[in-house]
Design a binder for this molecule. Structure first.
Ligand SMILES: [Zn+2]
Length: 99
């Protein structure tokens, strides 16, 4: 049963936020990794804080990736992409992914 248009719009807004967060984390790794590898050890005198922050960053990125992959379809409520990053429509109900 299709949801009301207002609900679908808010659901797509959340979907876009998850997607944007995933891309920011993906491309943000380079400057963040440079800071972790150069500036932080020079300031603190140890690589241990860099390791801890790098592991935390990887965990947040992995969580966001799972959120993106398992995002529920606004029409049928099942996982939208499954494990396929390039899927363009819901495999169960055929709803086209709103980019
Ligand atoms: Zn669906």
């Amino acid at each position: 049963m299709p949801l009301a248009p207002e609900r679908e719009i808010s659901s797509w807004g959340e979907y876009r936020r998850v997607k944007l967060r995933l891309l920011v984390l993906l491309f943000g790794w380079l400057p963040f990794g440079l800071i972790l590898g150069t500036v932080l050890p020079a300031v603190l005198g140890s690589y241990t804080p860099s390791y801890v922050l790098a592991i935390g960053y990887a965990l947040v990125w992995a969580y966001t990736l799972f959120q993106y992959l398992l995002y529920p379809c606004p029409v049928c409520g099942r996982s939208y992409r499954g494990w396929n990053l390039y899927r363009r429509s819901c495999p169960r109900c055929g709803t086209v992914i709103n980019r």
